[in-house]
Design a protein around this ligand. Structure first.
Ligand SMILES: Nc1ncnc2c1ncn2[C@@H]1O[C@H](COP(=O)(O)OP(=O)(O)OP(=O)(O)O)[C@@H](O)[C@H]1O
Length: 260
């Protein structure tokens, strides 16, 4: 499904990530974890076929990513919609289908509006289809962007930090939609995140990178003290709760004169 062997990603001569090898099976969800600047976005954009400067082997559905772009939906960390343009939620979703078909329409065809409505229903927002995108809550906006990514019926969904700007209740909303996508559509997903904990219910595999591959495997193989402390320092801790693994990442907050 996705195969990378000794993948090194470049910006001119600069190596953003080096020597990454992994394999992801169809229907699996990968949580891509690493500190700031670790290379998560670069890896995601390369798998999406958007960044083409790399060496090594990278196959998505058995082909180089640029050849299968139509099967891939990529949701960047921040959307590029101009919120001063009064677009309705349903129009934002329909744009996902229009772009994939290479069309720019001012009158959106009925067939595409219908697909957009179905995608909005799927993410639980059918009732606000005519509301302005700019007026939605953070969680609703992220769900509209997920609907926009789904409307072109991709087989691989790539999400860059989908929870980063959200408050805890909005995170729950979005995670439950991601769980539904996994359960009902069986899509393969790669989700970059600073914090895997809200996503443990859907993460089949975890990849930890920091310019290089630190670890790849099932959550219980990767979320171990001896692995996460390599990247996040000695205050990091892996914790098992029931069947799931969680981790406290060594986010050190300094107060006053420097005491932790
Ligand atoms: N367009 C670019 N041109 C040059 N260097 C870049 C470019 N984009 C990213 N980089 C560099 O590549 C490295 C990896 O960046 P990347 O954005 O992929 O990391 P990240 O893990 O997604 O970081 P963050 O969590 O902060 O978003 C960094 O050193 C960054 O400065």
């Amino acid at each position: 499904m996705i195969l990378a062997e000794n993948l090194t990603i470049y910006y001119d001569n600069y190596k953003a990530v080096e020597d990454i090898t992994f394999k992801l099976d169809s229907g699996e969800t990968l949580l891509l974890l690493g500190p700031n600047g670790a290379g998560k976005t670069s890896l995601l954009r390369t798998i999406a076929g958007l960044h083409k400067s790399y060496e090594g082997k990278l196959l998505v559905f058995g082909k180089p990513p640029v050849e299968v772009k139509d099967l891939i939906s990529y949701v960047p960390q921040s959307h590029s919609l101009n919120e001063r343009v009064p677009l309705k939620a349903i129009e934002v979703v329909a744009m996902g289908a229009l772009y994939k078909k290479g069309l720019i329409h001012f009158n959106i065809p009925k067939s595409i509006l219908k697909e957009a409505e179905e995608a909005l229903d799927f993410v639980g927002l059918g009732e606000i289809k005519n509301k302005r995108f700019a007026e939605l809550s953070g969680g609703q906006k992220q769900r509209v962007l997920l609907a926009r990514a789904l409307v072109s019926k991709p087989q691989l969904l790539l999400l860059d930090e989908p929870l980063s700007a959200l408050d805890p209740s909005a995170r729950v909303e979005v995670v439950s939609v991601l769980a539904k996508i996994k359960r009902e559509m069986g899509l393969t997903m790669i989700i970059t995140t600073h914090d895997p904990n809200p996503l443990t219910e859907i993460g089949d595999k975890i990849m930890l990178i920091n310019k290089r591959l630190i670890a790849f495997g099932a959550p219980e193989e990767v979320l171990r003290d001896e692995i996460i402390t390599k990247v996040y320092g000695p205050l990091s801790k892996a914790v098992r709760v029931g069947k799931r693994m969680y981790c406290f990442i060594g986010d050190v907050h300094l107060h006053g004169r420097g005491e932790v």
